[in-house]
Design a protein around this ligand. Structure first.
Ligand SMILES: Cc1cc2nc3c(=O)[nH]c(=O)nc-3n(C[C@H](O)[C@H](O)[C@H](O)COP(=O)(O)OP(=O)(O)OC[C@H]3O[C@@H](n4cnc5c(N)ncnc54)[C@H](O)[C@@H]3O)c2cc1C
Length: 502
């Protein structure tokens, strides 16, 4: 018999709180768990977090909520991948696209890999990942990932959505499905003699007890950090960014919507553009060690132009890092309370989803010895550390010279042994798949993503052998075929119109 907590209190009504509530209600609601979520009417949510990876599809699929139901109320759009303009100055590699891969990529991915090997062998062949993958062509043509003839599962894709509207949608669904909502502010957290949280004190509802407490209170980590004294380890030595300024603008252009996130490098960091059906989300992520709020806001406003005039900026700061123990005593931290690295590649919702799913599975085993908590914590940490490596590589590979920020990132000697091994293996033309498998155990991204970043940012040895004609022709041919193939997919705006019209 699976172990089920009888009484669960989720603290926090941001994306993480409502995702946890829905998942737990789905997993345990029918088995007798009583799930309650408390959110403060005076402490807001973080208000950002609008890009996802393909994993979110599984979340909604498990809950039986189709895109036609959740996307329109969240002003959501499709995401085929992410483009990275201006991270390098290498000629021909000033931008590249990190695609979500589809089943139809298999054949061309193989050609891409073979050409990677040739280029790493020192052959002078043109090689850029943007030519090989279907979703790159879809994004170039502003198409949705939905094929006209076969409107399901053509491949992997993610989403963009309005974070505030998503919160409202999830809240509506969770309360409809039986989660109790309390709007109140927690004023104190009480710990029993065994070290467990016994109850929380609230402003208007007195004491609330539970068997399991889920800390979704955001950066403050009301339970896990403040009450249970679990402090995050800093990752700032690896990646310097600790701040962002967000300024939304009206949707650009008539009748077309991008189906990609754009992550463009700036003087002290990078800017995200997230196209929604109603507006574009923009934010400049930077390190406060290198630039002030005023400097980056001015640079962002200049870059965004008139669309940003009169729009208030939202400034955010965090201490990059992660907890060592995400599950401690009778409390599990989910969301920003677990820690946060930075928004590059939009991975936090992925961490949230993975942590919730892993936790419910672990809990059901019903063995609350330290070993089970340790297994869970080790898994979550491995996952986050794999993300750290992958994200840091973007900064290590940059070739910009305009500010100390970029030079310091490139020269940063603080790198995990894992990432050092991977980069060395690439540069020394060793078997990169093997080295990735040996070092990055809980990879979120397949080796192909690493190949795309390394080639897309132009990380190659100096050519020592003459050009090869076959790969050049192959690359041209694959590009033409991908572009033709993409035409079988709906233009993004057209498909959204259909979806939104019901
Ligand atoms: C600049 C930036 C960009 C990001 N971009 C992305 C992205 O593109 N993709 C992605 O996946 N993630 C992104 N993230 C992360 C994402 O925003 C968060 O993971 C997500 O919003 C979840 O936040 P949360 O629910 O943990 O916390 P919050 O949204 O901060 O919610 C905290 C909740 O706790 C409640 N609370 C706090 N104190 C109390 C109290 N005393 N009593 C009662 N309730 C309380 C609040 O009322 C609130 O409801 C980004 C983060 C930042 C900072």
């Amino acid at each position: 018999m699976a172990a089920i907590p009888e009484k669960i209190l989720i603290v926090g009504g941001g994306t993480s709180g409502w995702m946890a509530a829905l998942h737990m209600q789905d997993a345990w609601g029918d088995k007798g768990a009583n799930i309650c979520l408390i959110e403060s009417p005076t402490i807001g949510t973080v208000g950002v977090g609008e890009g996802t990876t393909p994993l979110l599809r599984n979340f909604f699929a498990r809950l039986g909520i189709p895109e036609s139901e959740w996307m329109p109320p969240c002003n959501a759009t499709y995401k085929c991948g992410i483009s990275f303009p201006d991270w390098t100055t290498v000629e021909g590699y000033e931008t590249y696209f990190h695609p979500f891969f589809s089943n139809r990529d298999k054949e061309y991915a193989q050609i891409f890999r073979e050409n990677c090997e040739r280029r790493r062998d020192g052959y002078d062949i043109p090689l850029h990942p943007d030519h090989y993958f279907l979703t790159s062509a879809l994004a170039r043509q502003r198409r949705s990932p939905i094929a006209r003839d076969k409107p399901t599962d053509e491949g992997l894709y993610g989403y963009h959505f309005d974070a505030a509207l998503m919160g409202e949608f999830l809240k509506g669904k969770a309360t409809q499905r039986g989660v109790t909502l309390i709007q109140d502010t927690i004023t104190d957290v009480k710990i029993g003699e065994d070290g467990d949280i016994s109850h929380v004190e609230t402003q208007d509802n007195g004491a609330i007890d539970a068997d399991l407490f889920v800390d979704c209170s955001g950066f403050r980590g009301l339970l896990i950090r403040q009450a249970l004294n679990e402090q995050p380890n800093s990752t700032k030595a690896y990646m310097f960014n600790d701040s962002a300024v967000a300024i939304p603008t009206p949707t650009e252009g008539e009748g077309e919507i991008l189906s990609e996130t754009v992550s463009k490098a700036m003087r002290y960091g990078w800017v995200w553009h997230i196209p929604l059906s109603s507006r574009t989300g923009n934010g400049y992520v930077y390190s406060s060690d290198y630039a002030s709020e005023e400097e980056v806001e001015a640079e962002l406003r200049e870059y965004l132009g008139e669309g940003a005039d009169g729009v208030e900026a939202l400034h955010l700061h965090w201490s990059p890092g992660r907890l060592e123990k995400h599950w401690k005593n009778n409390c599990v931290a989910i969301g920003l309370s677990q820690g946060f690295l930075e928004p590059l590649e939009a991975l936090m919702i992925n961490v949230i989803q993975t942590s919730i799913e892993r936790f419910t599975d672990a809990y059901e085993r019903g063995d609350f010895t330290d070993r089970y908590q340790e297994d869970f914590n080790r898994h979550v940490n491995g996952f986050i550390d794999g993300i750290l490596d992958y994200l840091q590589l973007h900064y290590k590979l940059n070739t910009r010279d305009d500010t100390a920020y970029w030079r310091d990132n490139r020269d940063n000697v603080n790198m995990s042994e894992r990432l050092t091994n991977v980069l060395n293996a690439w540069d020394r033309n060793e078997n990169i798949d093997r080295v990735l498998a040996e070092n990055i155990h809980q990879q979120l991204y397949p080796p192909l993503s690493w190949y795309c970043m390394l080639t897309g940012m132009g990380r190659f040895p100096e050519p020592k052998n003459g050009p090869l004609r076959l790969p050049t022709r192959q690359q041209q041919r694959v590009r033409i075929l991908s572009d033709e193939h993409a035409q079988a997919f709906y233009p993004h705006a057209e498909y959204l119109d259909q979806l939104y019209a019901g």
